[in-house]
Design a protein around this ligand. Structure first.
Ligand SMILES: [Zn+2]
Ligand SMILES: [Zn+2]
Length: 334
């Protein structure tokens, strides 16, 4: 099979031919039809993640079909449409696993980081790390939903929100353009906050009820003028941008950070005290969360905007993502 391999952190991709991998007893072999390129793939490409070993095939937004199953696998059969995200399996025996918190597993795997991922024609995945992909969702559309989708969908559905609540999505990019769609589909009064005024019509098309141009307007004041946000989903990886919306939350509101900024965030503590508000973080979800995301996306026609590339063009595709030029997610089709 063909695969794009990172030989060591900081080195260029190598295009290799290698044998199709055999699944272990508890694994499934997936014929990869699409694999999203995510900013977190930089942990593998640049190095710096303590758990990564090289050479490594990146890719944790894997969508395809079951091609073979290990002898212990009863849940999946050849031909099933499946996907795998960042959460690449868990041990079932550590303390968080015993409490059902598989995302908190102390021995958890990461797809495309602790084992080879989807920048290849085939990969093997622990069976508990797979989500079923609905029939009406293409592999190309499903792939980014397995990371960018589950992150935003799961963050919103685990927040203390009700239909009609004022929910802002800050940053209209790879995560944010999905966050706006989920917020709208969930019945929230949805505000798109962006420093790019040219994104207003897109945000409106995606379901935003309001658009705040943060390059011209103080977003905190704008959100207060709308009554104060019950939640702000902060997707732009900028500490300045995150700090700028804290003053926009209303009573019991929260800023939910899903985009990781390089620096610490300065927070207006007085406003947090006055609102009993919070700044909190959220990370993706486990395989069932991913499947919920895919099912809801199918139900409500939530789809990512993607640019597709063949595996041979992985360098150009990765550069589009890392230079922040893609609109909005980049997907490889091996
Ligand atoms: Zn990701
Ligand atoms: Zn565990």
């Amino acid at each position: 099979m063909r695969a794009a391999v990172v030989p060591a952190g900081g080195e260029d991709f190598e295009h290799v031919e290698r044998p199709v991998p055999e699944p272990d007893a508890d694994e499934v072999r997936v014929a990869v039809e699409a694999c999203g390129i995510c900013h977190s793939d930089a942990f593998v490409v640049d190095g710096g993640h303590p758990a990564v070993e090289y050479p490594r095939v990146p890719g944790h937004e894997v969508a395809g079909a079951v091609d073979a199953v290990g002898e212990n696998v009863t849940q999946w059969t050849v031909g099933d449409r499946v996907g795998a995200g960042w959460h690449g399996g868990h041990c079932f025996t550590c303390e968080p696993c015993r409490r059902g918190n598989f995302l908190g597993c102390e021995n958890g795997d990461i797809t495309g980081l602790t084992f080879d991922g989807g920048y290849a024609e085939y990969t093997t995945v622990p069976s508990e790390a797979l989500a079923a992909v609905p029939d009406d969702l293409s592999a190309v559309d499903a792939a980014p939903l397995l990371c960018a989708g589950v992150t935003t969908y799961n963050a919103l559905r685990n927040a203390d929100l009700q239909p009609g609540d004022l929910v802002a999505v800050q940053g209209i990019g790879g995560l944010g353009h999905l966050g706006v769609q989920y917020a709208h589909a969930a019945g929230y009064e949805t505000v798109a906050v962006s420093r790019s005024p040219d994104k207003e019509s897109l945000a409106t098309d995606l379901g935003a009820d309001h658009f705040v141009d943060a390059s011209e307007t103080d977003p905190a004041a704008a959100l207060q003028a709308l009554g104060g946000a019950d939640a702000v989903l902060a997707t732009a990886p900028s500490s300045e941008a995150i700090a700028s919306v804290v003053g926009g939350i209303g009573a019991d509101g929260s800023v939910i950070v899903v985009g990781v900024p390089g620096e610490s965030v300065a927070v207006d503590a007085q406003h947090l005290i006055g609102t009993a508000g919070a700044v909190e973080g959220w990370g993706s979800g486990d395989a069932r969360d991913s499947q919920d995301t895919l099912e809801f996306s199918s139900l409500r026609a939530v789809t990512p905007e993607v640019e597709t590339f063949p595996l041979e063009d992985v360098e150009a595709a990765y550069d589009r993502m890392i230079e922040n030029e893609a609109r909005f997610r980049v997907v490889l089709e091996p």
